[in-house]
Design a protein around this ligand. Structure first.
Ligand code: COA
Length: 261
């Protein structure tokens, strides 16, 4: 498929989706949101892709929803806009493959919300993250209040959403929002290295770890551990389990092929 507001590149089982409206710091228009959702579906259907990286063109990841669009919203339109964003992020989150947010610059509002719906965030030293919606008289609408408090705790989430202040990559790292920080010059290369490391693992185990952590997070510990035990058992039905354990015992690197017996 061809897109106007995003770029989608696939190379050696790693897909890179770049938000691409640099004149407005990749602000999310309805068109971009729609194209993003379509691209997520396209990648989900492509079984060659093992890892997805999201990033932004030039000096921003995504600087939020397009404020020109926000200005014209009435309550019905606002609800529709929020739900459209939420559906796109639920679709992203539900993907079976690992997703890395490569935050190269501003990740604000909807940008921070997209990054938080990824499996983890790596950021450039120059990145700035935040939920500044309060400065516009609104609140996050794409799940930001909920994902942020699950990632950093209620008090920090409220402080960020109430002040609207931007945090540096270092502060975001310290509060558990960002997993790794790299210099601006090495961010892309380091992100690709992480993606390749993950792509070399077994597909079944990757899918299991992702869904067990996501699905287990919001339920009680016993139920979550039951999910883990089931997923552990499924992994042991996979040729990758035989390969991983055999390779260790034979003192050689494993070669995972994916699939279930
Ligand atoms: N929606 C629409 N346009 C946006 C935008 C957004 N969310 N964020 C940035 N832009 C546009 C600016 O209006 C400007 O356009 P112009 O060149 O036509 O004037 C261009 O992108 C560059 O932004 P600018 O503000 O000049 O860059 P800066 O480096 O001085 O500031 C930010 C960068 C990110 C701090 C600032 O652009 C900003 O606060 N953006 C809004 C962030 C926000 O509130 N997001 C949440 C929306 S819910």
């Amino acid at each position: 498929m061809s897109y106007n507001t995003i770029k989608l590149e696939i190379s050696e089982c790693i897909a890179t989706l770049t938000f691409n409206r640099p004149d407005v710091l990749n602000a999310l228009s309805p068109e971009m949101l729609g194209e993003f959702h379509s691209a997520v579906s396209e990648i989900q259907r492509n079984d060659q892709v093992k890892v997805l990286i999201l990033t932004g063109a030039d000096r921003a990841f995504v600087a939020g929803a397009d404020i020109k669009v926000l200005q014209g919203l009435d309550p019905l339109g606002a609800k529709q806009f929020a739900l459209t964003g939420q559906w796109a992020l639920f679709a992203l989150e539900a993907m079976d493959i690992p997703i890395i947010a490569c935050v190269n610059g501003f990740a604000l509002g909807g940008g921070c919300e997209i990054a938080m719906a990824c499996d983890f965030i790596v950021a450039s030293e120059e990145a700035k993250l935040g939920q500044p919606e309060i400065n516009l008289g609104i609140i996050p609408g794409f799940g930001g209040t909920q994902r942020l408090c699950r990632l950093v705790g209620k008090a920090r989430a409220k402080e960020l959403c109430m002040t609207g202040r931007m945090v540096t990559a270092q502060e975001a790292f310290d509060m558990g929002l960002v997993a790794r920080i790299f210099s601006a010059e090495t961010l892309v290369e380091e992100t690709l290295k992480i993606a390749k490391t993950i792509a070399d693992k077994g597909r079944v185990a990757l899918r299991a770890v992702k869904h067990v952590i996501d699905d287990g997070f919001d339920v009680d510990l016993k139920t979550a551990c039951a999910l883990e035990a089931d997923a552990f058992s499924v992994c042991c039905a996979s040729p990758d389990q035989k390969e991983g354990t055999t390779a260790f015992l034979e003192k050689r690197p494993p070669k995972f092929t994916g699939g279930l017996v």
